[in-house]
Design a binder for this molecule. Structure first.
Ligand SMILES: C[S@@+](CC[C@H](N)C(=O)[O-])C[C@H]1O[C@@H](n2cnc3c(N)ncnc32)[C@H](O)[C@@H]1O
Length: 328
């Protein structure tokens, strides 16, 4: 009851209602809110602080930026969303806000698309060397199982594609990436796909911003070969998995394409089954499935591998020390 009163008090102010209505349409930075609301940054920050303190809004630092969004669950989430939806669409102030929001989002989309164009040229060259992505995605879905997965974490989210691929079997999907420009591409794509249960945040795979044992599914698609220490990344992914949760890795089998190192920043020329098995087992997971997707054309020389591992459930039996449950 106290929380509800605090929520209602925080929202009972015109600018804060406008902010709730805007954030119900997606996350925004302070400077984007300043542009839309036409108020000074200190005033907007003060309103945001009140909404954050009341548990209606959360802040997500991302390098030099801080993104604000409605909290993703609980009564504050429901209330702020309802308020956002109830805002009268013909109110002249709200109408102007929404028009300005469109311009802010178009500018963000243009910057994201320009960045992606540059990155995509690189990726297209690599994509041409292996089996179609749709086939890889279908094999990943098959290896993960049908779920449903309450929480999925996609590591190295890139364009957000893997969150889209799994959206129909996932409650909440969170993508992380080290690259701010890439995160804006993912934001744009997820919004365009209407995936309200998916969000992204800035983080390095070596320090994921999640508690232990929260995720049902962690995906790492074409990321491991960029890393200095893939074993550390796998251990960190295992840490955030629930017992019984699934880690899905898609990457290349060992290959000889040195130019991927020299021209495309790959650190590793693929991975053998033995090293992946070793790393997942050291992280407390058991390898459950693996698949090799060979290129169709002989001149294409990259085999994509998929490894699915499960975090071993721990069962405590009366009078016994904790033991590892035998896998089904
Ligand atoms: C080739 S893209 C793959 C993107 C996505 N997984 C997909 O398949 O569509 C690799 C992504 O990994 C991200 N990345 C690289 N190193 C990372 C790290 N240490 N932590 C998190 N993300 C990382 C890059 O910024 C890039 O977006």
């Amino acid at each position: 009851m106290d929380d509800l009163v605090a929520h209602l008090k925080a929202l009972a102010e015109p600018t804060r209602l406008r902010i709730a209505s805007l954030l119900a349409r997606g996350e925004l930075t302070v400077s984007e809110l300043v542009q839309v609301l036409g108020q000074s940054q200190p005033r907007v920050s003060r309103h945001l602080k009140l909404l954050t303190d009341a548990g209606l809004v959360e802040r997500q630092p991302e390098g030099a930026f801080v993104f604000y969004r409605l909290v993703s669950s609980g009564p504050g989430h429901r209330l702020a969303n309802v308020i956002g939806e109830m805002s009268p669409p013909d109110d002249p102030v709200l109408k102007r806000d929404l028009d300005r929001l469109e311009s802010v989002k178009s500018a963000r989309a243009a910057a994201a698309e320009a960045y992606f164009q540059r990155a995509a040229e690189d990726w297209d060259k690599i994509r041409a060397l292996h089996l179609s992505e749709h086939e890889v995605e279908a094999a990943m879905q098959d290896a993960a199982g049908s779920g449903p997965f309450d929480l999925m974490i996609d590591v190295g989210v890139g364009t957000g594609r893997i969150l889209e691929v799994f959206a129909d079997r996932v409650g909440e999907g969170v993508g992380v990436d080290v690259n701010h420009a890439m995160l804006n591409v993912a934001r744009l794509n997820l919004e365009r796909a209407g995936l309200s249960g998916a969000s992204v945040r800035k983080a390095d795979v070596s320090a994921l911003p999640f508690d232990d044992g929260v995720a049902d599914l962690v995906t790492v698609h074409q990321v491991l070969h960029y890393l200095d220490d893939p074993a550390v990344a796998i251990a960190e992914c295992a840490r955030v998995l629930k017992p019984g949760g699934v880690l899905l890795i898609a990457d290349f089998a060992p290959h000889q394409l040195e130019f991927l190192k020299t021209d495309h920043a790959h650190r590793r020329l693929g991975f053998s089954d033995e090293e992946i098995t070793d790393w997942v087992e050291s992280a407390g997971l058991e390898l459950r499935r693996r698949a090799a997707l060979h290129p169709e054309e002989p001149e294409n020389r990259l085999t994509v591998k998929i490894w699915a591992a499960r975090r071993v459930p721990v069962r405590t039996e009366p009078g016994r020390a904790r033991s590892r449950e035998k896998s089904a």
